[in-house]
Write a protein that binds this ligand. Structure first.
Ligand code: ATP
Ligand code: MG
Length: 270
């Protein structure tokens, strides 16, 4: 089907052949779909995002991306790689991997320059991302001297400047202040209206309902244990609790102590 962006069949991956990271992954992501990957630490979310971005390739199984088998052979062709990189952008979980230029400005325009965009487009994109992320004041700074949150914003800006059709975010809101989280959520909501496909790994369950139609829950054995509409997965508190995504919290109020499961951000009413 031509609206299919990714199709993964029985994908398996392990690091160095001995540390399993993904098992039996089957997944179809369609154009304009917004997907969230949730799961406790080490369940394979980042590994899957790296596979979708063509940075690593499965030990077993198949990945079809934009109608092509995504493998080393395909991406070793310069034309294919150029096309793929212009359509798919990944914001890494660790911004230090992404930022390597001597200034923030150079980091942001690096992707657009590599892809051969003209000066006018580059200037417009730069202005746009500086506004979305409110980082105009950082432009001449050295990226590795920034705070963790500032680095993350610059890393996000460097991908948004390419304006890819498919944006892959690995924990985009971790460590960011609430207003910036709001800007990123708003950006994702608007991107949906423009038909962009967005795949986000996150522990921030309170944003999942806004940024995702479909949620995949990864389990400790590195398999997808449940997938479905965001509201269905989020209402299953027992499943979330079993997977370390919400916790039982002891409370003492009005003189008596009790415990109940809790989203990290949820207030309790009694
Ligand atoms: N470079 C690596 N070498 C060896 N093992 C790795 C490497 N990167 C990840 N792993 C292992 O692969 C598994 C999946 O890791 P991954 O980073 O994909 O998890 P994750 O779901 O993104 O976790 P987190 O929520 O902490 O970001 C983990 O068991 C991890 O220890
Ligand atoms: Mg991760």
């Amino acid at each position: 089907m031509n609206d299919r962006i990714f199709k993964l069949t029985d994908v398996q991956y392990s690091y160095l052949g001995k540390y399993p990271a993904l098992r039996d992954i089957n997944m179809t992501i369609r154009k304009g779909e917004q997907v969230a990957l949730i799961g406790s630490n080490g369940t394979g979310k980042s590994t899957l995002l790296h596979i979708l971005d063509g940075l690593i390739f499965p030990d077993r199984g198949e990945v079809i991306a934009l109608g092509q088998t995504l493998n080393e052979d395909y991406l070793s062709d310069e034309k294919n790689a150029h096309l793929f990189r212009s359509k798919v952008g990944l914001v890494f979980q660790n911004a230090d991997i992404q930022l390597f230029c001597p200034s923030v400005k150079e980091d942001i325009v690096f992707g657009p320059l590599q892809l051969g965009f003209n000066d006018k487009i580059i200037a417009d994109r730069l202005a746009q991302v500086l506004e979305i992320l409110e980082i105009g004041h950082l432009l001449e700074r050295i990226p590795h001297q920034l705070s963790i949150g500032e680095k993350r914003k610059v890393a996000i800006a460097s991908v948004l400047a390419i304006d890819p059709e498919i944006i892959i975010f690995d924990e985009p809101t971790a460590g960011l202040d609430p207003l910036t989280v709001r800007h990123i959520v708003d950006f994702i909501v608007k991107a949906k209206q423009k038909g962009k496909t967005i795949i986000t790994a996150t522990h921030d369950l309170h944003i999942v309902g806004e940024i995702a139609d479909t949620v995949y829950l990864f389990g400790k054995d590195k398999r997808i244990i449940k997938q479905g509409p965001a509201e269905k997965i989020l209402e299953d508190k027992i499943l979330l609790q079993e997977n370390n995504l919400i916790h039982i919290h002891g409370h003492s109020h009005t003189g008596f102590t009790h415990a109940h499961p809790h989203l990290p951000t949820e207030k309790h009413s009694n």
